[in-house]
Design a protein. Structure first.
Length: 271
């Protein structure tokens, strides 16, 4: 299985924020990325529907020989990670808002979490909250509309900034000194969030930690590819992208992260 690919999936393009960290840390690996754009966004959907999609995507990946799957979506992790681990005999890496480091490093005793309603309802998030933030004030905001802004390419528009101010400014007013990005789409809005929050507020993106954890699990299980495969050409051609809907946004954003990805690496896939 060392030669297998790493599967990554999200409701659409948000998981590219995790993919970006994975390809930097694991340049010898091959990846399959599945954007479930026909069913995006996941946030308002129920647990049963999201889990059903996660099973279908996992079956698709397994048919292509993946060795590990990164659920690069906080909402999908909250809804389905336990069911996935119970049903399938491969490693799954999930997402959760990085409440622990934010709470441990907070000086003001106040942190903000920007996430979807599905993430806030999840057992994993609430267990983490209870364990690491019981003596911290946590300001939760559902980032309604932000996924759609990223998907439509409005990452730096005045409309997006106005929407973000509605969520971020109340956190800052209550003296939050860390803001946790609890959706993989939100790192693509990080510049605007920093602008609104100001230099005294730390923005916490969990993607680098997820990439490190993925590397650890691959190494622990003897699944890492040999390092002599680390070439620039490999990185450009390392990923095959699939979308259950229109892949134009996926292609544009992926190509802004890594230039020169061949057109044939992008595919429509109905499942």
């Amino acid at each position: 299985m060392k030669g297998g690919s790493v599967g990554i999936f999200d409701s659409c393009v948000g998981g590219l924020s995790v993919w970006k960290e994975l390809i930097k840390l694991l340049p010898a690996e091959k990846f399959l990325y599945f954007s479930d754009s026909a069913f995006c966004p996941y946030g308002p959907k129920g647990q049963e529907e999201i889990t059903k999609r996660a099973f279908k995507i996992t079956d698709f990946f397994l048919g292509r020989g993946v060795k590990l799957i990164v659920v690069a979506c906080n909402t999908a992790t909250a809804a389905s990670i336990e069911a996935l681990r119970e049903k399938y005999d491969i490693p799954f890496i999930g997402m959760e808002p990085a409440v622990k480091p934010a709470a441990l490093h907070s000086r003001s005793g106040v942190i903000g979490v920007l996430a979807t309603q599905g993430t806030f309802r999840g057992k994993l998030y609430n267990r983490t909250l209870e364990r690491f933030a019981s003596d911290i004030k946590v300001i939760e905001r559902v980032g309604e509309g932000l996924v759609e802004m990223v998907e439509s390419g409005e990452r730096n528009s005045s409309h997006t900034e106005k929407l973000l101010r509605r969520y971020i400014e109340p956190m800052v007013a209550e003296k939050a000194d860390h803001i946790v990005l609890g959706c993989t789409h939100y790192p693509f809005l990080e510049d605007l969030i920093k602008k609104i929050a100001g230099p005294e507020v730390s923005i916490v993106n969990p993607a680098p930690a997820v990439a490190l954890h993925t590397q650890h699990i691959l190494s622990e299980r003897g699944l890492l590819r040999d390092s002599d495969e680390q070439t620039e050409s490999n990185i450009v051609n390392s990923t095959i992208f699939y979308s259950s809907g229109d892949y134009s946004v996926l292609k544009g954003l992926a190509s802004s992260i890594i230039e020169g990805i061949p057109d044939e690496n992008f595919n429509n896939q109905t499942i």
